[in-house]
Design a protein around this ligand. Sequence first.
Ligand code: 5GP
Ligand code: ZN
Length: 115
Amino acid sequence: MRDENCIFCKIAAGEIPSATLYEDDDFRVILDLGPASKGHALILPKNHYRNLYDIDDEVASKAILLAKKMITKLTDVLNCDGYNIVQNNEEAAGQTVFHFHMHMIPRYKNDNVGL
Ligand code: 5GP
Ligand code: ZN
């Protein structure tokens, strides 16, 4: 399941290089090119889904479990004080790349990140 015109399909497949933090058969986790804070990362499924409206239940479940695992580890590595998980669905909600992704945004005390 892939969309030939989708940049995140190409990144997830490793055809476009990215700063990869984690990879398995189903997902690639990369650093965001325009980070909201230090360590802002994106969870991308390797298969193409437009957003939460059409993602498989099984992939959605795996994605949240992966987020849970990753923020636990990354909180130690980054020494951050908290995390936002953000996931936008459709243009009206701020989605700009139409391949499902979850933002993992580390938060630091008084960082003034506006979400
Ligand atoms: P959205 O607004 O769709 O929820 O989030 C898209 C995110 O993808 C943005 O935070 C943007 O900075 C990031 N982004 C867009 N294009 C690329 C890219 O080519 N590589 C990476 N690593 N991030 C990207
Ligand atoms: Zn895609």
